[in-house]
Design a protein around this ligand. Structure first.
Ligand SMILES: *Cc1c(COP(=O)(O)O)cnc(C)c1O
Length: 338
């Protein structure tokens, strides 16, 4: 099976497993796991930030950040397609008692003017706007990336309105590799950043939440409340260290693979439109009269798994378990779709 449903389906590589076996571990709730401590220092250093917290999932990292930055009754500004709103089980409401203000972005990306226009006035009728959440790359935007200059403008808007600024960087390294932007420039622009280790970086589980010392102290407490205080988590943290040292540059291969497959898809009459492919995700719209579910079933019969993201949309995600040879197989299967 060639699995293009998500970049979460990867298995640890031999190198990662060997590195994991050698990991030093301790009880991380006591702060005594050397591998977790090393991963947290490494991540903080990469972003030029003070501190970091290893979390079991990206969802938990985001939800901890939102809870730390808000009070019940606050309003969080994000895109209408944002993972924090669409795919975290209503967590903003359930965990933080906050509500959302949704922006109509372009492929998941919004701008400073849209943020400015959505900030509530200081009026007792209104929810207090306290946080802006930005997603880069945007999952529902087909892996789209932001320009740094736009993020700078949004940060200025946050500063002049005393808003916190959180990055859902589940696939931030895909954006960095695709655009040549640096991790440190993101560390300067956001108050807090969450990065997934369990996506393109190829770890079995894990996410890292990065911010200043005071924020991470608060986040550590919230993580415990959420049930995310882990004990000998160093085996998993070791995978994270290995991934940060070995799996970043190779994301380029995934991006090339996505481009090669999208070039083939573009020649097919059953496809109406493909979102621009800039990283590891392809999202395409099938033509009128074509059933997206049927295309997915057809590919599945040829041992290729992908997902519909709406009745007319299909998503394919490329990752480290998809090799160059698989691209030929995928393209042949696309040619054979009947
Ligand atoms: C996958 C993902 C997350 C969180 O993922 P987990 O599966 O909880 O680790 C957060 N944001 C985005 C954009 C994602 O794609």
């Amino acid at each position: 099976m060639i699995d293009l449903r998500s970049d979460t389906v990867t298995r640890p590589t031999t190198g990662m497993l060997e590195y994991m076996l050698k990991a030093g571990v301790g009880d991380d709730v006591f702060g005594e796991d050397p591998s977790v401590n090393e991963l947290e220092s490494l991540a903080a250093e990469m972003f030029g930030m003070e501190s970091a917290l290893f979390c079991p999932t990206g969802t938990m990292s985001n939800q901890i950040a939102i809870k730390a930055h808000t009070h019940p009754g606050d309003e969080v500004i994000c895109d209408k397609t944002a993972h924090v709103y669409q795919y975290e089980g209503g967590g903003i409401a359930a965990n933080s008692g906050a509500q959302v203000r949704l922006l109509e972005g372009d492929r998941g990306r919004f701008n400073a003017a849209m943020v400015q226009a959505s900030i509530n006035p200081d009026d007792v009728h209104k929810a207090r706007t306290s946080l802006v959440c930005l997603e880069n790359t945007s999952n529902r935007g087909g892996g789209s990336c932001y320009e740094l200059t736009e993020i700078e403008r949004i940060r200025e808007t946050c500063d002049s309105n005393k808003l916190q600024f959180h990055l859902d960087g589940a696939r931030l390294f895909n954006a960095l590799v695709a655009t040549g932007q640096s991790a440190k420039s993101y560390g300067e622009l956001f108050h807090t950043i969450s990065v997934c280790l369990n996506k393109g970086l190829g770890c079995p589980i894990g996410s890292i939440l990065i911010g200043n010392k005071q924020f991470i102290k608060k986040a550590r407490r919230i993580r415990k409340v959420f049930g995310g205080g882990m004990r000998q988590a160093g085996f998993m943290a070791a995978c994270g260290i290995y991934a940060l040292q070995n799996h970043i540059e190779r994301l380029k291969e995934d991006h090339n693979h996505a481009k090669m497959v999208s070039a083939r898809l573009r020649t097919k009459s059953f496809i109406k439109d493909i979102l621009p492919v800039t990283t590891n995700i392809i999202i395409f719209e099938v033509s009128e009269g074509t059933d997206a579910k049927k295309i997915v079933a057809n590919l599945n019969d040829m041992n290729i798994k992908c997902l519909t993201t709406s009745p007319t949309q299909i998503r394919m995600v490329f990752h480290l378990d998809i090799k160059a040879d698989d691209i030929q197989i995928i393209n042949k299967a696309i040619d054979a779709i009947s």
